[in-house]
Design a protein around this ligand. Structure first.
Ligand SMILES: *Cc1c(COP(=O)(O)O)cnc(C)c1O
Length: 436
């Protein structure tokens, strides 16, 4: 009942996702003409008769093949719920995915997907740095299940990655897990090279999957499935939710892989709840507007920061003139630079802290992708569990500040940044910078 594909075209012309976010997959006649789908705040669903209940369970547990005209019915909200099904159908549109699943958090999406697709003895090759929760899950939780995680730097060349993969015992590599752009350095990983590596090491008995955490640029500015990824993951807490008022996640892939991921979700109970699902649908209506506005402001702010005397260096996706390899990946993968900016302030931790403490409009908080701008200090906050030596290797310095630009007026944001720089004490920072 939910795949209303006919809503997606006019005269054979496919409509764009932003045009479909208000209506796709929902018919007002289902709910007394309500223009918006109601929140299906229910744990269970009444069967018409016992035969129908039996038929639904046969499909849910894969006891028999689905008939050509047969549709999966609603059973219980841990398995499926209309609020989530409409949301999931809409999420598919941005990435061009066959199927999606919504989760209680980004970590729920990541952990459920990895547990669904990996087994004891497997090795996951993963980019570094990755989100702290993913890092812990890869290195500590998967190990308990006999799964090994091997990291590679975003600067690794395709040849170095191939050497790493070739050094593993045959048949052990099961997944390449990538986060790009990397947080907080905005370093890009070449998805096409990773997909080629995964294909080279795949055998019919042991496919190697490319799984991409697309939280930073997706789903508007980067579409990993089009560059060879098998699964795309999101913390929907960030841009998808976009208002810093919910925690959720999503996974998108082919029907075949989503069947495995959704089965694991059913048994782990890591699904999204109907109310959060409904809030995410509301957020999806303004997703592109928010992301475009924030990216336009971020571009202005990043360019302004780059020429500021108290800024030693910016990390932003249109500031890659000195890295032709990175610039090439950007041009192949990304539609816009997004709204995450990192920069090194002149001085060290003391100057960074004075700057952060002086901000007034921009809030000092971790997380990102919301309507309000946020600032944080990666070395002592989001990435504090990484040793200083490793931080240094990853390019995370004590003077680095990460900004998530929101939808405020960019001139007001620059006014705030400007007064925070003044508070740092121009003379002192410049003197210190001259000494090093
Ligand atoms: C926040 C984040 C996560 C974790 O998502 P939660 O919704 O907090 O569980 C995973 N990956 C990236 C890149 C993130 O930014």
């Amino acid at each position: 009942m939910l795949n209303q594909q006919d809503h997606a075209h006019i005269g054979g012309q496919p409509l764009r996702p932003e045009s479909l976010m208000m209506s796709y997959g929902y018919t007002p006649a289902w709910s007394e003409g309500a223009i918006k789908p109601p929140i299906f705040q229910t744990s269970t669903f009444v069967f018409k008769n016992a035969e129908e209940g039996k038929a639904f369970f046969e499909l849910a547990y894969g006891l028999r093949q689905q008939g050509p005209e047969e549709e999966m019915g609603l059973i219980y909200s841990r398995l499926n719920n209309p609020s989530l099904e409409i949301l999931e159908n809409r999420l598919c549109l941005w990435d061009g995915a066959e199927e999606a699943a919504s989760f209680a958090s980004g970590m729920a999406a990541i952990s459920t997907t990895l547990l669904a697709l990996l087994q004891p003895g497997d090795v996951v090759l993963h980019s570094e740095p990755v989100y702290g929760g993913s890092d812990f899950f890869l290195k500590n939780v998967l190990r308990k299940f006999g799964i090994e995680a091997v990291g590679f730097r975003p600067t690794a060349t395709p040849q170095e990655m191939e050497a790493l993969a070739a050094s593993l015992a045959p048949g052990r590599l099961a997944m390449v897990f990538v986060e790009t752009p990397a947080n907080p350095t905005n370093h890009l990983v070449d998805l096409e090279a990773c997909a080629a590596l995964a294909r080279r090491h795949s055998t019919p008995e042991k496919p190697v999957r490319l799984v991409v955490d697309n939280t930073f640029l997706g789903p508007v500015f980067q579409h990993p499935l089009r560059h060879g990824a098998d699964v795309v993951l999101y913390s929907a807490t960030k841009f998808l939710g976009g208002h810093s008022d919910l925690i959720a996640g999503a996974a998108l892939s082919s029907h075949a892989l989503m069947k495995e991921i959704k089965a694991m979700r059913t048994f782990m109970g890591t699904m999204c709840d109907p109310n959060t699902g409904w809030m995410l649908m509301r957020s999806l209506e303004t997703l592109k507007l928010r992301m475009e506005r924030a990216a336009t402001s971020a571009q202005l702010i990043a360019d302004w920061l780059r020429q500021h005397p108290l800024v030693a260096r910016t990390y932003y996706l249109t500031h890659l003139e000195h890295c032709p390899v990175q610039q090439d990946i950007y041009q192949r993968h990304c539609l816009a630079p997004g709204s995450m900016i990192s920069f090194d302030i002149r001085g060290g931790e003391a100057e960074a802290f004075r700057f952060l403490n002086a901000l007034r409009l921009i809030k000092l908080a971790v997380s990102l992708g919301g309507t309000e701008s946020l600032a944080e200090h990666p070395a002592t906050m989001t990435h504090s569990d990484i040793t200083p030596a490793e931080q240094h290797e990853m390019g995370i310095s004590p003077q680095m500040i990460r900004l998530s630009i929101g939808v405020e007026d960019p001139q007001d944001l620059m006014l705030d940044l400007s007064q925070a720089f003044e508070a740092v004490g121009v003379g002192q920072a410049v003197r210190e910078a001259a000494e090093v």
